[in-house]
Design a protein around this ligand. Structure first.
Ligand code: NAP
Length: 330
């Protein structure tokens, strides 16, 4: 396959490009910085295309000759304070994503593998795992980022229907894994743990986790086998924060914090931290949205991906160990 990958210097993009090139596929990799691209992908043989999702038309001709577009770039952090980032979220995750897909279709790209999120999936109040049919309406999203993904998916469905290009949409849960250079919130948690910066845990919590390498594998299988527009939830393990800490303890040898932190206290601290961050321009790990996500206890089922794509998710200890080792090596 001749693949065009966006978000190539992100956690998912790097893992995807590494798998694609290892399997002998040709890759054009969209990067915002060639220097960053060379540092993270220099050994893969991927062709670097410099461009920004802010100006799709500037680099869209590079899509020519590619048969598959893998779109992983997004304006994305769960920690965005309400309202503050909506214009960028709307522009990158909705308007310009559809613009990119239109350009891809005009350039002869025959299939699009898109990255949405399980943040677009509604929680079932009876506690059973939600599936691909439990799609949220925009008003139900937990935060602005989730809302942009819900609206993006709706617009993409219209695009795909009109232009006849199949779009296979991946809906990963919280990704933790190697090559998280940014780092995203998953990598931040692992780094904070390694640096003994976590004072305690929230007992009443639960979140789905998946390894980006398993998501990347599902994307490649989808590109090879799925011929119609479809969507797949990719979530491997449902864990409480305490269980996650126990796995981190096993992987690092650092004792897990024993202190239970009340959710209300943390929400108040996060609210204050967000005000501080807004005033100083600093980025903090603590956020109201982050706490809401980890205490939401939504379960999503990847049964469809397992049966249709044949995906097997790796054990959580392998994910955490490899992530810890990746950070240690750097
Ligand atoms: N991480 C998760 O827990 C999670 C869960 C569900 C879904 N997702 C989705 O998975 C996808 C990949 O996320 P990730 O975890 O790999 O995050 P990431 O490491 O932050 O990667 C995001 C990528 O998007 C690129 N990007 C952002 N704005 C851009 C712009 N204006 N133009 C071009 N590229 C731009 C970034 O480029 P730079 O490297 O230049 O910054 C980066 O390569 C996203 O669509 C995200 O919404 C993530």
């Amino acid at each position: 396959m001749k693949a065009f990958v966006t978000g190539s210097t992100g956690m998912l993009g790097i893992n995807l490009i590494r798998q694609l090139t290892a399997q002998g596929h040709e890759v054009k990799a969209l990067v915002r910085s060639k220097q960053k691209g060379n540092k993270l992908l220099g050994d893969t043989g991927a062709e670097m295309i410099v461009g920004d999702m802010e100006q799709v038309e500037e680099w869209a001709t590079s899509l020519q000759g590619c048969d598959t577009l893998f779109h992983t770039a997004a304006y994305f952090r769960e920690t965005f304070a309400p309202g503050a980032h909506w214009p960028q979220l709307e522009r990158i995750n909705v308007t310009n994503t559809v613009r990119l897909f239109e350009e891809a279709s005009l350039s002869g790209v025959g299939k699009i593998i898109h990255t949405s999120s399980n943040a677009t999936i509604r929680k079932r109040e009876d506690g059973t795992p939600s599936n691909e049919s439990d799609v949220m309406s925009p008003g139900e999203a937990l935060n602005d980022y989730g809302r942009s993904k819900v609206i993006g998916d709706q617009r993409i469905a219209v695009f795909s229907g009109q232009l006849g290009v199949p779009v296979v949409t991946m809906k990963p849960s919280w990704m933790i894994g190697p090559w998280d250079a940014a780092p995203t919130s998953g990598g931040k948690l692992v780094l904070d743990y390694m640096n003994r910066r976590l004072p305690g845990f929230i007992a009443d919590s639960g979140i789905d986790v998946v390894d980006p390498r398993d998501v990347a594998e599902a994307m490649i299988i989808s590109a090879e086998r799925i011929t119609e527009s479809d969507s797949f939830i990719l979530s491997a393990h449902h864990v409480s924060q305490r269980q996650l800490m126990e796995v981190l303890e096993e992987a690092t040898g650092i004792p897990a914090p024993r202190l239970q932190l009340p959710k209300r206290l943390l929400l108040a601290a996060a609210w204050a931290a967000e005000r501080y961050a807004a005033a100083t321009g600093k980025t903090l790990s603590l956020s109201v949205n982050g706490i809401r996500s980890i205490t939401n206890k939504k379960r999503t089922s990847a049964a469809k991906a397992e049966s249709v794509l044949g995906i097997h998710f790796r054990p959580l200890i392998e994910t955490i160990r490899d992530t810890v080792n990746w950070y240690k090596a750097r």
